[in-house]
Write a protein that binds this ligand. Structure first.
Ligand SMILES: Nc1nc2c(c(=O)[nH]1)N[C@H]1C(S)=C(S)[C@@H](COP(=O)(O)O)O[C@H]1N2
Ligand SMILES: [Mo]
Length: 549
């Protein structure tokens, strides 16, 4: 009889076989009914609990991988990597819990196992229920219903575990020898594994197929023909600018579906526009609540073309994008709520639990600061902060909360989400310049000489760009031509047409801010204050004499 008890290793093996279908069921329910998907909640919770350095290390390693393997655009690939990490870590946790449950069950009387399994399953899920309750913002279902669903599902899971234990332990009794017993167990685990795989694939496949999109209830689908540029993109304020970008320069106005996205949740919070209110409280004379409709109709809207950059954007990276922001000037809110004299800062909270303090001094320093409800002339996309975010020029994205729920006027500034995790407390944008292209395919002849267009962007937030310089093979810095920017808060496109010589060349770029300050040439990584340094590119050019006209 003693031999019949399961080893911990075997218990874990059996448990692993049940973990995948369990996750598939969670996924199915999420896709069909909008129930919370525990694996992502678990990861979001981990991300909030882990020390900042570890979190940054994790994100950095993912970005490294993405860059190394050229896995496409950084921010969406990072989001996918996060979700994968969520699935893997959840699988491990479930396997461990299930392994322990099996281990215990195998030591109970056979009659007790089913009830004990169901009870243990339901108890084991309680911490996960609490976690989900704490962090989930994307489920469209009442939290109580979510909790009931989890308890029920995990009770069933416990029942399955008990069944698995019974099946494994009963079978060997009919076996005559230990060798046969081992064979039986092996056959059983193979069958269990196959059943598990079939269930998992069926569940996940069904979820992906039938429930696609059901999780984005507020995503407003506008029929924009994907290949053509939006009206806004075609009618930019600088459309008559003379200088054309060198071929291969990133789009001056980022197509909205290509705008980078960075935030702390595997899935963006879902906010119902009808019930959502912006709450403004704390040290103000007029405590105020505003609906989205009121924000849009009671105040005159303003527009600003903005380049937003993440403090995690590496030198030459793609966590920087440009679009049109629409909203109301923050000064109008100040007039409305009348801050008290002691107010020194505003604590802005997002629906995802993100928070950030901004000094009142900063909030009143620039009349372009605004509460934003539209991007690219459309309501904010869910992932970009629907229904409301803030724009504060001169600061990296980490200081500009999305999904704003409340703004509390407080006496003193404090550390916000990323500052508590070791990032710069001011997060002022660093001037940066980038080479996007050495357009070898666009070589052309000018005054009897072949030239190659070289181009890219330069950006110093609202401080503007005065000049951009390029140097080839460590030679003299030479002034590039600048395209008139879309606005005084967007990046500037530069271009340098170089009368080249054949062979391999090294190109470097640097810029000077509006007030004459040269950008930092010191090579420095993103953490804690944003990357700086000289961006460079190597390129091989043909021998001009060998080019046929
Ligand atoms: N509520 C909330 N706001 C947030 C964040 C977040 O995680 N939660 N991330 C910030 C960071 S780090 C950046 S770079 C910008 C990115 O905005 P985007 O994803 O719309 O491009 O949002 C900022 N606002
Ligand atoms: Mo960021």
């Amino acid at each position: 009889m003693k031999k019949n008890k399961l080893s911990l290793f075997y218990a874990l093996l059996l448990s692993a076989a049940t973990a995948a279908p369990l996750m598939a069921m969670l996924y199915l329910a999420d896709r069909f009914f909008g129930l919370a998907f525990l694996p992502f909640d678990f990861f979001d919770w981990l991300a909030r609990m882990l020390p900042g350095s570890l979190l940054t290390f994790g994100i950095d390693s993912m970005v490294d991988t993405i860059i190394a393997f050229n896995l496409g655009e950084t921010s969406s690939a990072a989001k996918t990597a996060e979700q994968l990490l969520g699935l893997v870590s959840f699988f491990i946790v479930i396997t461990l819990i299930g392994g322990i449950v099996i281990y215990i069950l195998s030591r109970l009387e056979e009659k007790q196992r089913i009830v004990a399994g169901m009870v243990m399953g339901a108890i084991a899920v309680i911490p996960l229920v609490l976690i989900s309750h704490e962090v989930n913002q994307s489920s469209t279902v009442d939290p109580l219903l979510n909790s009931i669903w989890f308890m029920a599902l995990f009770a069933v899971w416990g029942w399955v575990l008990a069944w698995v234990v019974n099946a494994t332990l009963i079978a060997p009794e009919t076996a005559q020898t230990e060798a046969e017993m081992g064979l039986d167990r092996r056959q059983f685990i193979i069958r269990l594994g196959s059943a598990s795989a079939v269930l998992t694939i069926a569940g996940a496949g069904l979820g992906a197929l039938l429930g696609s999109g059901s999780n984005d209830p507020v995503e407003i689908v506008v029929d924009t023909t994907t290949d053509t540029m939006s009206d806004t993109a075609q009618n930019l304020p600088n459309k008559s600018a003379i200088l054309k970008p060198a071929a291969g320069t990133r789009p001056e106005y980022t197509p909205l579906d290509q705008h980078y996205r960075i935030d702390i949740s595997a899935r963006p919070p879902v906010i119902e526009p009808e019930t959502w209110r912006l709450k403004i409280n704390g040290l103000v004379e007029n405590l105020t609540e505003l609906s989205l409709a009121e924000l849009q109709s009671d105040f005159e809207s303003v527009d600003q073309f903005v380049t937003l950059s993440c403090i995690s954007n590496r030198l030459g990276g793609d966590l920087i994008s440009t679009t049109k922001w629409t909203g109301i000037p923050f000064s109008k809110i100040m007039t409305l709520v009348k801050p008290e004299a002691e107010a020194g800062a505003v604590l802005i909270r997002g629906a995802d639990g993100f928070d950030e303090f901004v000094r009142l001094e900063t909030l009143t320093s620039d009349d372009r600061i605004m509460l934003v409800y539209a991007w690219d002339d459309q309501p904010l996309k869910q992932k970009h902060g629907f229904p409301l975010r803030i724009y504060i020029p001169n600061l990296y994205g980490m200081k500009q909360p999305k999904w704003i729920e409340s703004m509390e006027f407080v006496s003193e500034w404090g550390e916000g989400f990323w500052v508590r995790r070791g990032w710069d407390k001011d997060a002022t944008i660093n001037a940066t310049s980038v080479i996007d292209t050495v357009a070898v395919d666009s070589i052309y002849k000018q005054d009897d000489q072949y030239v190659v267009p070289i181009g890219g962007i330069a950006y110093a937030g609202p401080r503007g760009i005065k000049s951009v310089e390029l140097r080839v093979d460590q030679g003299e810095w030479q002034t590039a031509a600048l395209r008139q920017p879309i606005s005084d808060t967007t990046w500037v496109i530069w271009r340098f047409d170089w009368p080249f010589t054949g062979g391999n060349h090294n190109f470097e770029v640097r810029c000077t801010e509006g007030d004459g300050t040269l950008q930092s040439e010191v090579a420095r990584g993103t953490r804690p204050s944003g990357a700086t340094g000289i961006d460079s590119m190597e390129s091989r050019l043909p021998d001009p004499d060998s080019i046929k006209a």
